[in-house]
Design a protein around this ligand. Structure first.
Ligand code: HEM
Length: 204
C-alpha cells in the first residue's frame, strides 16, 4: 500500500487516470464499495504493477527441495534451501518487460505486453504471491483488500506531498521490501462531508 501511494504521488498522470475511471464507474456522490472493484480495471493494473516493481516479499519464502531435480540446467540436490528472487524476476528484461524499471500500469491492460497477466501464480514472470501448492494462501484476502483500500483513499482524498516534493523511492534490504524514508502524504477530503461519516461500533 505504501509503495502504491508513493508511485501514484510520483506519477500524477496515472493517479489522474485512476480518478477518471472512478468518476466514470462510481461518480462522486457515494463511496466505492467492494462490488465496484471488478469494473475498475485500471486500478487493478496499478496494484499489479506496484506488486511487480515492489513485491512485498522480494525473496518470497524459503523452500527446501524434497527430491533431486534440474532447473535451468542446474542440478539441485534434495534438501537444498531455495529462494526465488521475485524482485529480480519482476524486473528482468529477458522475461517479458521491455522497460522493466518503468511504472507503467497500462502494460497489464488489453493491448499491453502483459495483458491478461494475473498475479495468482499462473504466469511465472510475475509472482508476488508465489506459485504452486505453497503459494500465499491469503491472496484472495490480501488482493481485494489492497484494491479496495487504495481505491477508497484515491477516491475520497486529494493526495499530495509536503512542498510538492517527489517521494524518495529508496528501498531497504530485508525479507520484506520496506521504504527507507517514511512516506509523508498530505490528504484533503474531495467528496461531500456526509460521505466521511463513521459508524460507531458500541462495545458489548
Ligand atoms: C499483499 C499481501 C501479501 C503478499 C504479496 C504475500 C506474498 C506471499 C508469498 C510470496 C508467499 C510465499 C509463497 C511461495 O513460497 O511460493 C506467501 C506465503 C504465505 N502467506 Fe502471504 N502474502 C500477503 C499477505 C498475506 C496475509 C494477509 C496472510 C495471512 C492472513 C498471509 C499468509 C501467508 C502464509 C501462511 C504463507 C505460507 C504458505 C505456505 O508455506 O504454505 N499472506 N505470501
Amino acid at each position: 500500500m505504501t509503495w502504491a501511494l508513493a508511485l501514484l504521488l510520483n506519477h500524477r498522470p496515472v493517479l489522474d487516470k485512476v480518478r477518471r475511471e472512478l468518476d466514470l464507474h462510481v461518480g462522486t456522490a457515494r463511496n466505492v464499495e467492494e462490488k465496484d472493484v471488478p469494473d475498475l480495471v485500471y486500478l487493478q493494473a496499478v496494484v499489479k504493477e506496484t506488486m511487480r516493481l515492489y513485491p512485498v516479499g522480494p525473496l518470497s519464502v524459503a523452500h527446501d527441495s524434497t527430491a533431486d531435480c534440474w532447473v535451468g540446467g542446474y542440478h539441485i540436490p534434495a534438501g537444498t534451501r531455495l529462494l526465488t528472487n521475485l524482485w529480480k524476476l519482476h524486473r528482468d528484461p529477458q522475461v517479458w518487460w521491455p522497460d522493466p524499471e518503468e511504472f507503467r500500469p497500462d502494460r497489464f491492460l488489453a493491448g499491453g505486453e502483459a495483458a491478461g497477466v494475473d498475479v495468482r501464480g499462473q504466469q511465472f514472470g510475475c509472482l508476488p504471491f508465489g506459485s504452486g501448492r505453497r503459494m500465499c494462501p491469503a491472496v484472495n484476502l490480501a488482493l481485494p483488500l489492497m484494491q479496495l483500500i487504495l481505491t477508497r483513499l484515491v477516491h475520497e482524498f486529494e493526495l499530495g506531498t509536503p512542498g510538492g516534493a517527489p517521494v524518495d523511492m529508496g528501498e531497504g534490504v530485508g525479507l520484506a521490501l520496506t521504504k527507507t524514508a517514511p512516506l509523508e502524504v498530505l490528504i484533503t477530503p474531495r467528496l461531500s462531508p456526509h460521505l466521511y461519516h463513521h459508524h460507531r461500533v458500541d462495545s458489548m
